[in-house]
Design a protein around this ligand. Sequence first.
Ligand code: SAM
Ligand code: SF4
Length: 474
Amino acid sequence: MNFTEPPESRRVETGEAVAASVAPARKVFIKTYGCQMNVYDSQRMGDALAESGYIATEAIDDADLVLLNTCHIREKAAEKVYSELGRIRQLKTARERAGREMTIGVAGCVAQAEGEEILRRSPVVDLVIGPQSYHRLPDVVRRARRGEKIVETDYAIEDKFEHLPAPDRAAVRSRGVTAFLTIQEGCDKFCTFCVVPYTRGSEVSRPVAQIVAEAERLAAAGVREITLLGQNVNAWHGEGPGGHEWGLGQLLFRLAEIPGLARLRYTTSHPRDMDDVLIAAHRDLPALMPYLHLPVQSGSNRILKVMNRRHTAADYLKLIERIRSVRPDIAMSGDFIVGFPGETTADFEATLELVRSVRYAQAFSFKYSRRPGTPGADMDGQVPETDKDERLQRLQALLAEQQREFAVSLVGRGVDLLLEKPGREPGQQVGRSPWLLPVIVDEKAGEIGDIVEVRITKAGRNSLHADINRDAGH
Ligand code: SAM
Ligand code: SF4
């Protein structure tokens, strides 16, 4: 797995095998679509299957078990899954001709949303399992191998995290020096364009002790940077010591005390849940990296209202001002939707205006995609595809310009880099900057896992180049 990919990979299909360890060797191939939460879930599924003897393979045609961990956030994501299942049907047939079995499973949000429909549309599928049931995966796979067709999409009452096995040290190590840790799932916000509240259910926060234990385990295995994940991560809350209610800010202060853990991040946040303690964490915690992904979706108050975002453009800008006043070097990232029902040219211009005043270092922008079952899907004023295309192009051109400006502004600066892996060229190393941008060092700067100071020499299209900062400390 490649943790150093730029965050665009959140929404790009990533073929990925998850490390597992125990023999006898039945092989599992897990393909992950969508966001980091799915990457984390795939790892946990791999951990659960490792306990029943599955090892990971990156060769799909060599797999006894193929799992597609799907995303349902936009239309094309589900269609991609169905076409992938068409290709897998041919592999399965070829394996069966050779006298070998292949069990096919669909997990993730498409599984949750479509359920039985998947078995109907793709009879090649043996099991469908929703995100709340992953701890049951080994049993579900056993039953599927005996010929049962299974749809397991009930919201389990038991806490899946209590039942999912922890990965062993070697598995953690094999995944690199950065790791994801899901602390919160689901959403109660019900933005009118979004399927998450329906596919992932209502907001659930993991308990403090469980999160701290998992972070300590990761750090003890050599992980230097943890990204806390949640569909609405800053809505996380839990009971701290003495029965006090904690929010994400307090949790970050606690996690920053873990020995060996040098860097913390969190994503994805909702503007309404950025409270004072969380902003103070950005001020006071050197371990909390100066990068904040804070989706706004639109710059038009009228559209924000119909989207049920419950904040205005001015609220959002004021919030960023507050965060920047305590952490001036923070790099802002955001999500945008163009062509939401009723969006006029003037509404879209308001989005461009907001982008101009924020100056984003990174951003993700999408054409509105009608999701069945969400209020937006039935709204009047659906915007023609050609208008969406044109607006997306204009928005992306502006965002690309700002990203370029941000990258160029780093040239000549000394930057702390977490070394993650060897580079493509001999002698090169790749590390992660505080602002998440990957940096290529053209010479050996240290060991993987070290944090070293480098000097940025060049801003390329998707990455920065650096050399060792020999002036550092002088
Ligand atoms: N919880 C986060 C927030 O409050 O904005 C976002 C989580 S959502 C999984 C990730 C992003 O996908 C959203 O911020 C939005 O920009 C995009 N998205 C969600 N539903 C969409 C839709 N129907 N069409 C286009 N983009 C969508
Ligand atoms: Fe979806 Fe985020 Fe809105 Fe929740 S807050 S409904 S996850 S966009």
